[in-house]
Design a protein around this ligand. Sequence first.
Ligand code: DI6
Ligand code: FE
Length: 401
Amino acid sequence: MRTLWQHCHAATMVDGRYAIIEDAAIVTYAGLIEWIGPRSGLRPVEAERTVDLGYAWVTPGLIDCHTHAVFGGNRSSEFEQRLQGVSYAEIAAQGGGIASTVRATRAASEDELFASARQRVQALMRDGVTTLEVKSGYGLDLANERKMLRVARRLADELPLAVRATCLAAHALPPEYAGRADDYITHICDEMLPALAAEGLVDAVDAFCEHLAFSPAQVERVFIKAHELGLPVKLHAEQLSSLHGSSLAARYQALSADHLEFMTEEDAIAMAAAGTVAVLLPGAFYFLRETQLPPMEALRRHGVKIALASDLNPGTSPGLSLRLMLNMGCTLFRMTPEEALAGVTTHAATALGLGDSHGSLEAGKVADFVAWHIERPADLAYWLGGDLPKRVVRRGHEISN
Ligand code: DI6
Ligand code: FE
């Protein structure tokens, strides 16, 4: 069905700028944007349907490009411990942290994981999210990583949402491999990744490069295998210390390197040259009460594209609002509201390898957009979360929320 959407203003986010069209019209057909421009430039169209958007501001559907939305249990008790002064690293060393979520995730059935993930994802959708990345990484063996990735696929089947599934088997060392990290990496490369990729469950491969997780040399083995399988890579890098994981990611043309508080200028230069997106995660920075800020000026100076994401996970960012992350990106990381919005649209799409089809309002792209009843685009970063009045369109069809 061809639909004409009119009486709106559009922040198209082309090239990561607001690129505003006042009094815009949008024609959608077969799930795609067929035409967008000023209403005065619209030629007569045979639309089966015309929708009056009441002079709302239209943006691309929001994209949360880094989540761990599928997991068992939660870690509010560790939150209490940390507030009494125990550090994230200390909790991890005592068998808590990621390991406790691994136990709960292994114990949960696929249906249980789906039910809890769906609630969290629906919370994100109430913020206008139409595309989401979901990582595995709390299963840490073939059967349980498969279970998580199947839940990610099912979220896309049952909700009006595009989902990219990322295999993060190299997230932490499972207890059965204690003291044998290299053997676990071998297991990932020889057994897990080939099987999960063959089952069509993996869109990208991620790893956690950190002293309390995996070394750059171990991560590189995972990257080599991912490339052999034809899969793009991403990396959790420079969150707690500087191991130059982001430069390693750039050498493997990673879609993104994520966190990055401790990255250096040389890392930024390497990422810019490779087109690797910097995904910043202010929710984790805030929740861990970190003080080391990502090097915003170096990222801007070298032209690294910057995305923002929720990092929704039970340990370091129980963040159920992507718009709250826009606010935190501005207040904590000194991003502009325009940069923040680009970080959850254009650049988030690139961080998922979807830059050609998603992330901006342009003819030929998927017709995923949100019509917000706000005064100006900066309002999206201004309010601290909350449910802003809006209409959400996914593949040319309005969805209720
Ligand atoms: N960095 C993070 O912030 C999450 N994973 C990662 O590699 C934390 C995951 C957790 O604590 O459960
Ligand atoms: Fe993460």
